[in-house]
Design a protein around this ligand. Structure first.
Ligand SMILES: [Zn+2]
Length: 82
């Protein structure tokens, strides 16, 4: 698992962040994107309900997060949120 995450991280380095802007993942549409200190990509999204959500690109790409929190019913995967 850890190795897999590292490999994903390396791949993400090659993503042009600008191309992420405007992409839609479930209810979240990316408005801003930037790299964090761990070489992950952070995104600020606008949810379908009008609220903003900030988190990792990985979370929305893997559909672990599909809304700002207003629609937990559509989240299929459990776990990860303490
Ligand atoms: Zn929402």
């Amino acid at each position: 698992m850890v190795l897999g995450k590292l490999l994903i991280g390396i791949k993400m380095n090659r993503i042009d962040i600008a191309t992420l802007i405007g992409q839609q993942f479930s209810l979240l549409k990316i408005k801003e994107a930037w790299r964090n200190e761990n070489n992950g990509i952070m995104v600020k999204c606008l949810c379908d309900c009008g609220q903003q959500w900030t988190g990792t690109l990985n979370a929305i790409k893997t559909l672990k997060t599909q809304s700002c929190g207003c629609r937990w019913d559509i989240v299929r995967e459990r776990g990860g949120l303490g």
